[in-house]
Design a protein around this ligand. Structure first.
Ligand code: DGL
Length: 283
């Protein structure tokens, strides 16, 4: 296992400042951080990018679950009163285990198959996911519950999260990867494309250029952000807002590579809140 993480107890010391704890394998979950930040700029957030374990999408579910439990424990220790698994792959592999292990509410993500099917006029939708999410039981259950009579093309996108993780969201390599993976969509009559990986929202412009205006892209960062605020309210979790909008961001791999990638994302037009990056799993 690459960059093994030690497990940690789940109790937050009373002195730890309360926050919402969010994690992903890398930069992808920042789309959820940005969405929460847009809705509630003063809400203290704490982010973990498990880049030592990246890409989750090409790892076995047991390993992703083990890493997720370790990170969840560290975030709670650091004061998280609610966890957000800002990663479809980790939600697929570990959501139940996280909810069993920890007493704080855990908000996960799933590919937006339901809205895609509901909105499709052609009855043909595509789901872009990591290889691990494509093979997971959670996606099979989602399909059984919501696909109905629609034709659902589940398209694993190996390599796409890797480009985004390097901050590459446009240009020839992104276009070639998308062009190859999605070549059949127009002839299939697909009119809804559901983004089932938090990294993929960052290639929205490239997807839009490739697929044309008649195809709708559905991302879940915004709905998940709303769900987080709703859960805080439902569970009566009071987190004092502070004036400092900076998000502490712990990176398990190389923090400078992470900073370079977020710099490239910002330069390409992505809006992210200010981040304070350090090495670790819960800054
Ligand atoms: N961002 C993750 C997701 O939403 C996957 C990226 C990876 O493969 O690590 O599924």
């Amino acid at each position: 296992m690459v960059g093994r993480l030690a497990d940690h107890p789940s109790s937050a010391p009373a002195s730890a400042p309360a926050s919402v704890g969010i994690f992903d394998s890398g930069v992808g979950g920042l789309s959820v951080v940005a969405a929460i930040h847009r809705l509630r700029p003063g809400l203290p957030l704490r982010y973990v990018a498990d880049t030592a374990g990246f890409p989750y999408g090409e790892r076995p579910p047991e390993e992703i679950a083990e890493r997720s439990l370790a990170i969840g424990g560290r975030l709670i220790e650091a004061g998280a009163r609610l966890l957000v698994v800002a990663c479809n792959t980790a939600s697929s592999a570990a959501l139940e285990a996280l909810r069993e292990r920890f007493s704080v509410p855990v908000v996960g993500m799933e590919p937006p198959l339901k809205p895609a099917v509901e909105r499709s006029r052609s009855g043909r939708v595509a789901l872009l996911v990591t290889p691990a999410t494509a093979e997971g039981a959670r996606l099979a259950r989602l399909h059984d519950s919501y696909a109905g009579d629609s034709r659902v093309l589940t398209i694993p996108m190996p390599g796409l999260a890797d480009l985004v993780e390097g901050g590459e969201v446009s240009g020839p390599r992104v276009e070639a990867l998308l062009g190859d993976a999605l070549a059949e969509l127009p002839s299939e009559g697909v009119d809804e494309v559901a983004l089932g990986c938090t990294h993929y929202g960052f290639v929205r412009s490239a997807l839009r250029a490739l697929l044309g205006e008649g195809v709708e892209l559905i991302d879940t960062a915004e709905p998940v952000a709303r769900r987080v605020l709703q859960q805080l309210e439902e569970h009566a979790i009071a987190i004092a807002e502070d004036g400092d909008a900076t998000v502490p961001c712990a990176v398990s791999g190389d923090p400078s590579a992470f900073e370079a990638a977020t710099g490239r994302l910002r330069a390409s037009g992505v809006t992210l809140p200010p981040l304070r990056v350090s090495r670790g799993v819960a800054a």
